[in-house]
Structures are given as structure tokens and as C-alpha cells.
Design a protein around this ligand. Structure first.
Ligand code: NAP
Length: 251
């Protein structure tokens, strides 16, 4: 018996990184999984690596028509939707005086508008069936991080979005929570190392030194928290943001 037997879980940005690690965990625990990512072939390839029923769907979470078509496909191909993980993300880091409007809009569009559009499309089904779980992906950067005014604002925005939906959707049997990862070893953080002209291993080592548990996080660390929040064990938890950062934000 898996915790997600008979459930359909949709994870955005899941062709790789944290999203793929999360998709693996849902699949191992019995869910049918929809991997939604920009590139349909990458999404389909990732879906093919999962142990259970899975589909890969190409969609841009910041585009309403694309999101509505993706959710319609999930329902048609997997028979419903019970869990939504808003994980898709991009960074366009720069100090404020150099940050372009394009980079501001892109980051807001993927993280904030993307979570809004995906959740709005999914909640119709959740409300009708009086059951649904939403987990949004915030970040420790929500608390402030040099060079990430756009990303930090979007990630803190997601925490407010989460709290508000906790209030609005709780009466309909829908839980809405967020995870806020610290440093997780993925292509996103490898790209940051490259931008800073640092060796990836050295960048990871330095980040590991920055938290009390003295290691960097892995996608599986986030997957464990996301699946807990999306499980029925967590049905009395809503509107919360769980920091999964090895204690990096403890001060
Ligand atoms: P990643 O390896 O860069 O993966 C992100 C995925 O999202 C990519 O497959 C990307 O596709 C996809 N994506 C980007 N824009 C999209 C869009 N408009 N629609 C659909 N999919 C889109 O990143 P990650 O490190 O796994 O991060 C996953 C989430 O965790 C993000 O929200 C990130 O902000 C958050 N997070 C990460 C860390 C960390 O340390 N890694 C820490 C805190 C929070 P393409 O490759 O085609 O662009």
C-alpha cells in the first residue's frame, strides 16, 4: 500500500532536478504522475524513467492557454487530479540597478503567475471532488538574497499566496502548503556556480559549510517534505511554509 495509491499527482518543472526527484517519490508511493515541463520530449523522457504510470506534458506554466490544455490532458489521460506541486522555476539574478524588466517579468511569470494559473486550473477539479493538495515551492531566498530581488520577491509572494489559499480553499477539503528549500544540488545551483565562475564542487562545499547539518540538500530531501505535505497525514496542516534547508536560516 502506497500513500498515493489511486491518486494523480501533477508536478511542474519535473523533467529534472527537485521536480524530478519529487515525481520519483510520488511514483514510488503509488501515484500516477504527470510531469509538466517546457519541453514535451524532456518531460516524456523523464516520465519514462518512473516506476509507475506517468505521462510527460509540454507546457509553459506562465501561459494560461498552455496551462488549461495541460490540466485538461492530465484529467483525460490519467483520469483526474488530486495533487499539484508548483515547482517550475527559473533564476535571472542581478543587482537591482542592472536587473532588466524582461528578467523581472520572466521570474514573476514562471514562479508567481505560473503557480496562480496552475492552481486556478486545478482547483475546479479539487473543489468539485472536495479533495486536493497543493504544494508550492518557495525558497530560503524569500528571506532576502543579494542579487535576487526578482526571485526573492516571487518566492516570498508564494508564501502569501499559500497562506491566502489555505484560508480560501480549506473549507473545500483542499490543503495548500509550501516548502522553502535551501541549497539543493541541481542544475539550477550548478548554473549559479558557473555564473560566479566557481567550481561546482567547491561551490557546494562552501554552501554545505553555511548550515548546521554541514551538507547540501538533494532533491530527495525536498521530495520527502513535499510528499508529507501532500499526504493525508498532513490534512490538519494548511497555509504553512516548511523550510527544508539544513537549518541554514536559523541564524
Ligand atoms: P532546475 O533544475 O533548473 O529545474 C527547473 C525546471 O523547471 C526545468 O526543467 C525547467 O525547464 C522548468 N521550467 C522553467 N520554466 C518553466 C515554465 N515556464 N513552464 C514549465 N516548466 C518550466 O531547478 P531546481 O533546482 O530543480 O528547482 C526547482 C524549484 O525549486 C524551483 O522553483 C526553484 O526556484 C526552487 N528552489 C531551488 C533551490 C535549489 O537550491 N536548487 C533552492 C530553493 C528553491 P527548462 O530546463 O526547459 O528551462
Amino acid at each position: 500500500m502506497g500513500r498515493f495509491d489511486g491518486r494523480v499527482a501533477v508536478i511542474t518543472g519535473a523533467a529534472r532536478g527537485i521536480g524530478f526527484g519529487t515525481a520519483q517519490r510520488f511514483s514510488e508511493e503509488g501515484a500516477a504522475v504527470a510531469i509538466v515541463d517546457l519541453d514535451e520530449s524532456a518531460a516524456a523522457e523523464a516520465a519514462g524513467k518512473l516506476p509507475g504510470t506517468a505521462v510527460g506534458i509540454g507546457a509553459d506554466v506562465s501561459d494560461k492557454a498552455s496551462v488549461d490544455a495541460a490540466i485538461a490532458r492530465v484529467v483525460e489521460e490519467l483520469g483526474g487530479i488530486h495533487v499539484l506541486v508548483n515547482n517550475a522555476g527559473v533564476t535571472r539574478d542581478n543587482l537591482l540597478f542592472k536587473m532588466t524588466e524582461v528578467d523581472w517579468d520572466l521570474v514573476m511569470g514562471v514562479h508567481l503567475k505560473g503557480a496562480f494559473l496552475m492552481t486556478q486550473a486545478a482547483q475546479k477539479h479539487f473543489v468539485e471532488q472536495r479533495y486536493g493538495k497543493v504544494v508550492n515551492t518557495s525558497s530560503t531566498s524569500a528571506l532576502g538574497n543579494r542579487g535576487q530581488a526578482n526571485y526573492s520577491a516571487a518566492k516570498m509572494g508564494l508564501q502569501g499566496f499559500t497562506r491566502t489559499l489555505g484560508i480560501e480553499l480549506g473549507p473545500f477539503g483542499i490543503n495548500v502548503n509550501a516548502v522553502a528549500p535551501g541549497f539543493i544540488a541541481t542544475e539550477m545551483t550548478d548554473a549559479t556556480a558557473a555564473r560566479l565562475k566557481m567550481d561546482v564542487d567547491e561551490f557546494r562545499r562552501l554552501n554545505a559549510e553555511n548550515n548546521p547539518v554541514k551538507r547540501v540538500g538533494e532533491p530527495a530531501d525536498i521530495a520527502a517534505a513535499v510528499t508529507f505535505l501532500a499526504s493525508d497525514e498532513a490534512s490538519y496542516i494548511t497555509g504553512q511554509t516548511l523550510y527544508v534547508d539544513g537549518g541554514a536560516t536559523l541564524g
